[in-house]
Design a protein around this ligand. Sequence first.
Ligand SMILES: Cc1ncc(COP(=O)(O)O)c(C=O)c1O
Length: 371
Amino acid sequence: MSKPIFVTQPHLPPLIEFQEYLKDIWESKWLTNNGPFHQELEQKLCEYLGLKYISLFSNGTLALITALQALKISGEVITTPFSFVATTHALWWNNIKPVFVDIKENDCNIDAEKIESAITPNTTAILPVHIYGNPCNVDRIQQIADTYGLHIIYDSAHAFGVTLQGNSIASFGNLSVLSFHATKVFTTFEGGAIICHDEKMKKRIDFLKNFGFADEITVVAPGINAKMNEFQAALGLLQLKYFAAAIKKRKRIVETYRNMLKKINGVRYFQDINDIKHNYAYFPIFIDQKKYGKSRDHVYNELKQNNIHCRRYFYPLISQFPTYRGLPSSKSKNLPVAEKITKEVLCLPIYPDLDLNVVYNVCEIIKKLKK
Ligand SMILES: Cc1ncc(COP(=O)(O)O)c(C=O)c1O
C-alpha cells in the first residue's frame, strides 16, 4: 500500500454543509451551554434512536464518570476486563473498586452466568460493555440486578444505532452511555451521551455536567464541566443525515471480509444474529495460532509491513495494566477466556469509504501467511 491504511477513518459530511452551521454559530455567538444545536441534537437523537431522554456530553469518559455520580454508585462494581480502559478508569475516578468478571468467547461480552459469584455485600452496580456493538445478555443481567438490588450502567460506546428486537440497545439498564469519539460510527469530533428513563434523572445529569448548577445561584452537587459545545452538536446533526448510508457501506465491507476469509482454518469472526440490527463498527478476527500456524502478532506485524495498520482491540486487558493488575479479580485464573481472546484478536480496517481493494489485499495477505 502506498498510502497508510488505518483501522478506521471518520466519515465526514461535505464541508459546505458544515459551513452553513458555522455561519449560524458565528451569527448567534452561542458557542456552548445548551445552545440551539445542542437542544436540537438531543431531540433528534431521541427521535432517531427511539429514546425518551438523552443528555449530551463533551466525551464518553466524562459521561461514564457522571453516570456513576448520578446514581451515587460506591463500593464495588462488577465489570469486564475486555474493553477500552476508560470503562474501568471511570470507576477509579469515582473511588469505586472494579471487580472483573470473565467474558464469553462467542461475543466477547461479560459472562452473565459468572456475575453472581462476584457479588459481595459491597457490590452496588454492574457496568457491562456492549463490546464491538454486540449486545450483552441484557435480560439475564437485569434479572441478576433485580434479585440483588443492583444498578446497571451500560457502556454502549461502540453500540450507536444497534437495536435488539427493534429496541435501541441504549435503552437498557438504569443508564446507558454512548461515545461519539472520532473513531466511532457516529462522531461529533469528541462527544458522548447518557441515556436515562425519566425527567428527574435527566435534570440531575444536566446539572452534574454543568458544575452542579440547577439555576444561576444554586449548586446542587460537585458537578463537572462536561458539556457538549455547539460545533460538536452541529456535526452530530449532519452525521444523522448520513448515518444509514454509512452503515450500509460498512455492511458491504464486512460481507466482503467474511466471504474472503471463510475458508481459512484458524481464523474466526462474528456472524450477524437474528433480532439484532448491527452497526458494523469493528471487524475483529480471532486467530487460533495452533490451527492457523502463525500468531496474531505475526499477522499484525506483517500487515503493518504492508502499510496496513490494524489494532489489537483489546490488548492488553484492562486487568493487566499496572493500576488494576493487583486486584484480586485480575488474577489469570479468574479470567481464562479474556486472557485467551486478548492474544487472538485483531481488528481489521473498516470505515464507510474504505476501498474494497484494500479489503482484498488484507485478506490475500492473511491467506498467504497461512501457507
Ligand atoms: C468501550 C469504550 N468506553 C468508553 C470510551 C470512552 O469514550 P470517549 O473516547 O468518548 O471518552 C471508549 C472509547 O473511546 C470505548 O471504546
